[in-house]
Design a protein around this ligand. Structure first.
Ligand code: ADP
Length: 214
């Protein structure tokens, strides 16, 4: 089963993808993580993407689609969680074509729906482990030792695009470019909406399991 986690920045896609990978036989494909990997390895694509990402803008569809196509060419085509992809209608159409060529498809799209006020609180104060990618929050989910990852002792970092002015640009791009995907996948009868504003991440995970019958 292939699924898409759809939702604004800060809606918890990464956290839920991590739970699905730990508990079931899923693999996470996060285009944000793939871009950050390319940036830290200073690949040509990483250099091109880096400026856009730290400005809070989307990477062009052509580059993003090619990266996903390459990823799928060399690995599994089943039990994938698409996290942060597709983010535009063009990407959704490209993904459909790539999967059809591999005799595969998207089975369900989980929309994590959060109020904007809560998104802002979550993103301001987010800390990320550069090694294992786990995310923390200064107030809501602090690490045991200040500034240090609980799992691998790496120094936690703030993502350059988590600065308040960049967050506003990312939320705007979610509204204009990504939210049309909600209707797109409704029409395809694949969308399940979960209102997550007042739920713990454990409760959200339960709802996802129910939706996927896992
Ligand atoms: P978040 O969901 O918190 O915004 P991600 O890690 O998914 O974070 O993405 C970080 C940045 O990487 C995005 O703001 C964007 O610049 C770029 N990016 C990630 N996925 C895509 C995509 N599918 N299309 C275009 N740009 C993307």
């Amino acid at each position: 089963m292939n699924i898409i986690l759809l939702g604004a920045p800060g809606s918890g896609k990464g956290t839920q993808a991590e739970k699905l990978v730990q508990n079931f036989n899923f693999e996470q494909l996060s285009t944000g993580d793939l871009f950050r990997k390319n940036i830290s390895e200073k690949t040509q694509m990483g250099l091109e993407a880096s400026k856009l990402i730290s400005a809070g803008k989307l990477v062009p569809d052509e580059i993003t689609n090619k990266m996903v196509e390459e990823y799928l060419k060399n690995g599994n085509k089943e039990n994938i969680i698409f996290d942060g992809y597709p983010r535009t209608i063009n990407q959704a159409k490209a993904l459909k074509e790539i999967l059809v060529l591999n005799n595969s498809k998207i089975d369900k799209v989980i929309l994590l729906d959060v109020e904007e006020k809560i998104l802002l609180e979550r993103l301001v104060g987010r800390l990320i482990c550069p090694k294992c990618k786990r995310s923390y929050h200064l107030k809501n989910r602090p690490p045991k030792k200040e500034g240090i990852c609980d799992f691998d002792n790496s120094s936690l970092e703030t993502r350059p695009d988590d600065k308040p002015e960049k967050i506003a640009i990312r939320l705007q791009s979610y509204l204009s470019d990504t939210s049309p995907l909600i209707d797109y996948y409704k029409t395809e009868k694949k969308l399940v909406k979960i209102s997550v504003s007042n739920l713990t991440s454990e409760k959200v995970f339960e709802k996802i399991r129910e939706a996927l019958k896992l």
